[in-house]
Design a binder for this molecule. Structure first.
Ligand SMILES: [Zn+2]
Length: 501
């Protein structure tokens, strides 16, 4: 957590403008004490305060400035917002199939990191009905994806505050150049959300950047016959009233905004325990398959396998959501990945490995997304190797066999650029190759020691490429600068000398 704050501050200093240091509430109180408390004095009170004290009050007056419209991520300049950290989202809405509409509100509890005269949330579409800050009506404007909120009074640095946004609309999908449709995806019987990297703003207002993780509560009312799946665990039993059912879910572990999900449909649901005693909730769309047993069983087995390699499962429940949506990719939505249309064991291994790599340990900036995809890809290689399939070494050799002049080697994994941030070879395969080479060089005990130190050291937080390189050097005692330079930062195929035999 400390790491995250330091990193996000550094990003802001590089990309934002310097602001005057805001005055803390305690200082403001001290300044107010300087106002002559003369009303009750027996002697004649001065009609005006002494000039020197007036000056002191003016100099110490609280200074408030607008929060930045982004956290300073070079790949997504407007993603997230500056000036505050969110602790908790409380999202409540009703879904109406006719017109595919939602209506509700989101309550954001945050702490100001500067004196705020105004601040932004990321939110697209919908009609915003009202905004309040700490229960008082706030004014707002919309500028693209920015919902710009001006509270009735400035928010002092360090103060905790709650912003509540009431809204209604028909959520619109986003289009990501690398992925296609993201955000709120309508399905034949409801909707599902797949929000990497910035789709969550299509269905609730948030600080939409993985550097600001928070806990979540979700309350969704749907017509009778539909069910609602989400992250975390159910918070009580579904409540029925007037032909509608209300589902509540709660995520008490920090979650990046893009991993928040809701799935609405006629799901068949299995709710049980893995062999290790972990709660597992799996849901399948009957249009795909009527029986959640395979998904439930395999999820339990893979979760247990991964925990033995990567360290304890980082959340309070696992599972999966298989929905009839043709978006062409699955997503590691926290606790239970979402599989659109189809799923197989390899895909399940990949998305469940993300629970450690990406969900629990999240990127600080999107440029480092190989930290998610390289590990999840290598987990697939490991699963295959340990279950009678091809060895990781063979998979590595096949990938390395691409000609040195192939354009695939031109994209450096830790600096892929916005357009290539989901490049299958550069961001998924090549970092997995790097991990395999590292494992070969240091041996299994040291390699899995690094992985477990990584998942333990940053659990529930954020990390960077530099953090991983430093950890690998610390754990092995090796000087690995040139190794990481060759595998992660160089737009060329690493030389054979970077591959131990
Ligand atoms: Zn992935």
């Amino acid at each position: 957590m400390t790491q995250r704050i330091r990193d996000s501050r550094r990003v802001r200093q590089v990309h934002g403008t310097r602001r005057p240091r805001p005055v803390r509430a305690s200082e403001r109180a001290a300044a107010l004490l300087l106002v002559p408390a003369a009303a009750g004095c027996a002697t004649a009170p001065p009609t005006v305060p002494p000039p020197v004290r007036t000056t002191a009050i003016a100099a110490r007056a609280p200074m408030f400035a607008p929060g930045a419209p982004g956290v300073g991520d070079p790949y997504f300049p407007n993603a997230g917002n500056g000036g505050y950290d969110v602790e908790h989202y409380d999202i409540a809405f009703a879904y109406t199939p006719r017109g595919r509409r939602i209506a509700g509100r989101t309550r954001v509890t945050a702490t100001a990191r500067q004196g705020l005269s105004r601040f932004d949330l990321d939110f697209v579409g919908h009609r915003v009905r009202s905004v309040t800050v700490d229960g008082r009506r706030a004014s707002f404007t919309r500028r693209g994806q920015e919902l710009v909120i001006t509270p009735p009074a400035g928010i002092p640095a360090g103060a905790r505050f709650t912003a509540e946004v009431a809204y209604a609309g028909s959520p619109a999908q986003e289009k990501d150049p690398g992925l296609g449709r993201t955000g709120w995806i309508p399905t034949s019987d409801g909707a599902v959300t797949l929000s990497q990297p910035t789709g969550s703003a299509t269905w609730f207002p948030l600080n939409d950047h993985p550097s600001d993780k928070a806990t979540y509560a979700l309350k969704v009312s749907v017509p009778k016959g539909l069910r609602v799946l989400a992250n975390g665990e159910p918070d009580g039993r579904p409540a029925r009233h007037g032909g509608r059912t209300t589902f509540r879910w709660r995520s008490s572990r920090p979650m990046a905004g893009y991993l928040a999900t809701v799935a609405i449909g006629k799901f068949k649901v299995a709710d049980g325990r893995t062999r290790d005693g972990l709660r597992t909730i799996s849901a399948v769309d009957p249009a795909v398959t009527r029986d959640p047993a395979w998904l439930q069983r395999t999820t339990g087995a893979v979760t247990g396998w991964a925990a033995r390699l990567f360290g304890p499962f980082p959340f309070d429940s696992t599972g999966g959501i298989l929905d009839d949506a043709s978006v062409g990719y699955a997503l590691e939505t926290q606790n239970r990945p979402t599989y659109p249309g189809t799923v197989d064991t390899g895909l399940l291994v990949h998305e469940l490995a993300h629970q450690w790599f990406g969900d629990s340990v999240s990127v600080t900036r999107w440029q480092d997304i190989w930290l998610n995809e390289g590990f999840a890809t290598y987990a697939e290689w490991l699963w295959t190797e340990q279950h009678g399939g091809r060895s990781a070494r063979k998979t590595f050799e096949e990938a390395y066999g691409r000609p040195a002049n192939s354009p695939d080697w031109k994209v450096p994994p830790a600096r892929p650029g916005r357009k290539a941030m989901f490049d299958t070879f550069a961001v998924y395969t090549r970092p997995a190759m790097m991990l395999h080479v590292l494992r070969t060089r240091v041996g299994d005990a040291a390699f899995f020691g690094i992985l477990r130190a990584w998942t333990a050291g940053h659990a529930g937080g954020n990390a960077t490429t530099a953090d991983f390189a430093a950890l690998a050097e610390r754990e092995t005692g090796l000087e690995l600068d040139r190794f990481f330079e060759a595998w992660l930062f160089t737009p060329a195929r690493p030389r054979q000398s970077e591959i131990p035999s």
